[in-house]
Design a protein around this ligand. Structure first.
Ligand SMILES: NC(=O)c1ccc[n+]([C@@H]2O[C@H](COP(=O)([O-])OP(=O)(O)OC[C@H]3O[C@@H](n4cnc5c(N)ncnc54)[C@H](O)[C@@H]3O)[C@@H](O)[C@H]2O)c1
Length: 265
């Protein structure tokens, strides 16, 4: 874990004085969340399994003058999560905002195959990272929020959980689970001042390598939207900042779809 030179506490923005931990922050949308939260004054712990990718992402944000710390973690592994919590406690003392964004998706790729073709190993890995990971991270970081009487958990689902999406039943099932996880954790910790909400992004052009297949995939989602354009990681940042800030203090257990109006529920 390498602290950025700026460590020490910015107090500007909506999140001044707060510390956020974003899992899956080395790439794509997680990196955009980390940058957006840091821009609002939060000190941000960037956690990821991809340590070289994390070092690059961390340097990028540090070079932008943002206050970030990196933490290696495999969210699916209880021992790794425990080590991460100990390291984070040593470095930043407290976490006020937990963003459960890490997933088997693009960087750690999911298989796209029919329900009969997926292997048991693929199913189990998906559940271990996308669902168990969120629970293990909550178990590690939420009790201290409860003890302090304030905190925010933001889980990341997917619009596919509300609409269904063929050829990745393991992924969609895990993302549907995140919605129930959000509601239940919200009920368990609401009395201690901890809000738990969920973002369901639409198909987002989050890949670093923009080959023709990726662009075609993300562009194919445009026709179903009220706002007809490709969705980018930055389109999700305002929502994560809102759920992380005191502006959302009386909102909990909710899932907000951010997809340009493809799925209206
Ligand atoms: N991009 C989209 O179209 C889209 C749509 C809906 C929801 N989402 C969700 O948004 C989130 C971010 O997606 P993205 O597009 O940036 O994908 P991504 O694959 O680029 O990002 C996921 C991040 O999680 C990390 N990760 C994977 N396994 C991990 C583990 N075991 N422990 C710790 N970190 C791990 C990866 O290294 C990566 O940095 C995911 O939860 C994804 O399911 C994405």
């Amino acid at each position: 874990m390498t602290p950025s030179p700026q460590l020490g506490g910015s107090h500007g923005g909506q999140l001044g004085g707060r510390t956020a931990l974003v899992t899956g922050a080395a790439h794509g949308i997680g990196l955009a969340y980390a940058r957006g939260l840091a821009h609002e004054g939060a000190r941000v712990v960037m956690a990821d399994i991809d340590t070289p990718g994390l070092a690059t992402a961390m340097k990028q944000l540090s070079d932008e003058g943002l206050e970030v710390v990196d933490a290696a973690v495999d969210v699916a592994d209880p021992e790794s999560v425990k080590r991460c919590r100990e390291a984070v406690e040593r470095r930043v003392a407290r976490v006020d905002i937990l963003v459960n964004n890490a997933a088997v998706f693009a960087t750690v790729p999911m298989s796209r195959a029919g329900y009969q073709e997926l292997s048991v190993d693929e199913w189990d890995l998906m559940m271990a990272v996308n669902l168990r990971g969120a629970w293990l991270m909550a178990r590690a970081f939420v009790p201290a929020m409860q003890a302090r009487g304030y905190g925010k958990v933001i889980n990341i689902s997917s619009g596919t959980a509300l609409k269904g999406s063929a050829s990745r039943i393991h992924y969609v099932t895990s993302k549907a689970g995140i919605i129930g996880f959000t509601k239940t954790l919200a009920r368990e910790v609401g009395g201690d001042g901890v809000g738990v909400n969920c973002i369901a992004p639409g198909s987002t052009l989050s890949e670093a390598e923009l080959d023709d297949d990726v662009v075609a995939l993300r562009t194919s989602a445009v026709a179903s939207r009220a706002i007809q354009r490709v969705q980018l990681p930055d389109d999700l940042v305002g929502t994560v900042v809102f759920f992380a800030s005191s502006a959302s203090d009386f909102i909990t257990g909710q899932t907000l779809v951010v997809d340009g109006g493809a799925c209206m529920h």
